[in-house]
Design a protein around this ligand. Structure first.
Ligand code: AMP
Ligand code: AMP
Length: 365
């Protein structure tokens, strides 16, 4: 793991009047770059050629560097270039998905806004569960052995295939029947079946709770809440159940939960007690498992059942793209900051405050 002393000494060499907030061009880059400019920093996008147009058209990047592959951010030449431009990098989902936690930990010698050491805790399912359990967050039951399935469960295939071919089962018999059929139809492989996550199906609705923990204020802010627009499941639910059966009988059909966008949500107000308590516990626990713990944005991905219980199925230890509907602020960030405070800007504001208070070491690794 690259030591925080190393990246902090890189930062020490930077020209403080010319700090640049940089991020990979994808995911939540638009609001990160916009927020950087709003807080008086320079902004830089590192993009693949085909994505350059996004950042050019919105004019949010003072500078755009194009690369062929996201992993090219790791070349010594590119890292050197970014250091020369006084770049501080904001990690997000695409950095994790395409550069990877191993590389972020071992090869990315740039100051990160956030805690480098906590990213693995969101990427490794066992560690993630351990963290959430330590924070006393309710989790769906998991069945390691399909013989143990004793209630309605969702069978998930994690990784690059992004939410494709999930299916629901009630017991071992229905697991076997559906898995065999899916393998026969070549939707999934035997190996997928062996590595599947079998999780209690939570009957309810989902809410993705985005928080910001400020180490400077030592306070967890509730920033915004979203839910996902997922193809093709969200289309499928708009046809009557009888017709859904027809769809499932088409051998070419694949049920999927592939994210294509996000909707804003405002929670029933009395639910916010639980929301704050969970956020506080996650931050407390993060300080134990991966010091200095969460720094800045994080997101708890939950289902809420009709007993008004939150059951989490994932955590992200950095900005999520579900903050994008709130580039100009959410109802919650409005309460704290007035207008125009998106998560990207909040991240830049923390850096600005840290520079003013000479506390950058608290937020950079
Ligand atoms: P992308 O760079 O768009 O391929 O996104 C990288 C990863 O971030 C994807 O695998 C998604 O899981 C996640 N992601 C991207 N955009 C969104 C979004 N709007 N909402 C939720 N997750 C997203
Ligand atoms: P994931 O790939 O884990 O992000 O899940 C994709 C979608 O599947 C989520 O947005 C939820 O709508 C749904 N989902 C995942 N896990 C569960 C669960 N345990 N119970 C009910 N729905 C779930």
């Amino acid at each position: 793991m690259i030591k925080k002393e190393e990246t902090q000494s890189i930062f020490e060499e930077y020209n403080r009047d010319k700090i640049t907030i940089a991020t990979l061009g994808s995911h939540s880059a638009l609001q990160i770059l916009k927020g950087a400019k709003e807080e008086g920093f320079r902004s830089l996008a590192i993009c693949k050629n085909e994505q350059k147009i996004i950042y050019e058209r919105f004019k949010v990047a003072d500078e755009i560097i194009t690369i062929n592959d996201y992993k090219d951010i790791l070349t010594e030449e590119n890292q050197q270039k970014l250091r020369e431009k006084n770049c501080v990098l904001v990690p997000h989902g695409s950095l994790i998905a395409y550069v990877g936690v191993d590389n972020i930990e071992e090869k990315l010698r740039l100051p990160l806004l956030g805690n480098r050491g906590i990213l693995r805790w969101e990427s490794d399912r066992t560690m993630e569960r351990q963290w959430l359990e330590d924070a006393d967050i309710k989790l769906p039951k998991e069945f390691k052995d399909p013989h143990d399935i004793e209630r309605l469960s969702i069978v998930k295939f994690p990784g690059a295939r992004g939410g494709k071919n999930y299916f629901l089962v009630n017991d071992h018999e229905s697991f076997k029947r559906k898995a065999t059929e899916f393998v026969k139809r070549k939707k999934i492989t035997e190996e997928d079946v062996e590595n599947a996550t079998i999780q209690e199906y939570i009957s309810g609705v989902n809410m993705y709770l985005s928080y910001f923990y400020s180490p400077l204020k030592d306070e967890v802010e509730l920033f915004c809440i979203d839910k996902r627009y997922e193809s093709n499941i969200d289309g499928l639910t708009r046809i009557p159940a009888n017709d859904q059966k027809e769809v499932y009988e088409d051998p070419r059909f694949e049920a999927s939960y592939v994210v294509v966008g996000n909707f804003p949500i405002v929670a029933r107000e009395s639910l916010l007690t639980q929301v704050f308590e969970m956020g506080d516990r996650i931050v407390e626990s993060s300080k134990k498992i991966a010091p200095p713990g969460i720094v800045g944005a994080f997101c708890l991905e939950t289902m809420i059942n009709d007993d008004l219980e939150f059951i989490a199925f994932e955590i992200s230890a950095r900005i999520v793209a579900g903050t994008n509907p709130f580039t100009n602020g959410s109802p919650y960030s409005y309460l704290l900051y007035g207008e125009n405070m998106g998560m990207g800007r909040r991240i830049a504001r923390e850096l600005k405050n840290a520079l003013d208070q000479d506390e950058v070491a608290k937020i950079i690794t």
